[in-house]
Design a protein around this ligand. Sequence first.
Ligand code: ZN
Length: 309
Amino acid sequence: MVTFDKSESMNLMDFYQRFPDEDSCIVYLKSMRLKQGISCKKCDNNDFYWKQDRLMFECKKCKSRTSFRTDTIFENSNLPLLLWFKTIHLISSTKKTFSALEVQRQLNYNNYEPIWEMLHKIRWAMGQRDTRYKLDTFLEIDEGFFKVVDKELSKEQINEGQKRGRGSVNHLKVLVLVESEPVEEQYDKNKHKPNRKCGHLKMIVMEDLKAKSINEEISENIHVGLNAITDKYRGYAKLKEILKHEQINTSELKEVHKTFPWVHSAIGNAKKILQGFHHSIGKEYLQSYLDEFCYKFNRRYIPDLFDKV
Ligand SMILES: [Zn+2]
């Protein structure tokens, strides 16, 4: 995986100065690969010649060659690196998201398909980054139901001459976990400031919301010994087996947002952004859109988002 330098904080002008052309991107990717270290797939050797004409590394020992794009998200793509870098900058420098059509328009590129694929690879990389993080301290847990479209059915309907974009609309279940540590300061009713500090967020598309599935998924994503609050939904009934759990009867709460200040707003914001920008979301892609949302949410205090793909 390629990592851009953390210390760089780039606006659009900085970006164009830094990466004015394809060559500057090639130099950057090559240097990042060397910094991270490459090992030969045939003989495990770590010493390489650089073949500028082919953009390949050649093993000094066995002479086998490997593209400098191998093992990065740029592998198997014919798009210029500059296009990739521009897109990464575009989608990671704003809280909002972009449809593939909009990116295609911004990049002034002829074909839709490669742009669409590129965006999904970037989102995939964002998701991969976040899977490394295990949640800690105190969690708010809840489930959300996200509207998606069954594309297969949608195609049939298009063939039948029906309106484009309509398919079998249904909702996928999403388990939402957010770090929400209680803070000392008193709740200020005038400022509506929550008395919990929000940390890292995870959103996981689930086959079902049975207690067994929920426990399995949460176990994989947390450090041991943390606290969590949920509502009284029966899927959370066995959480005590894996963490310190409090089930709160939300129907008795006057102000649910004070008890669950972050998980509800995360779900609401994710729905707003996803539905606003991606007209109809295919059910197989919901996770990757959520990955993008979480990736940006989790880096909201880091000014530069370009560093992390
Ligand atoms: Zn070798």
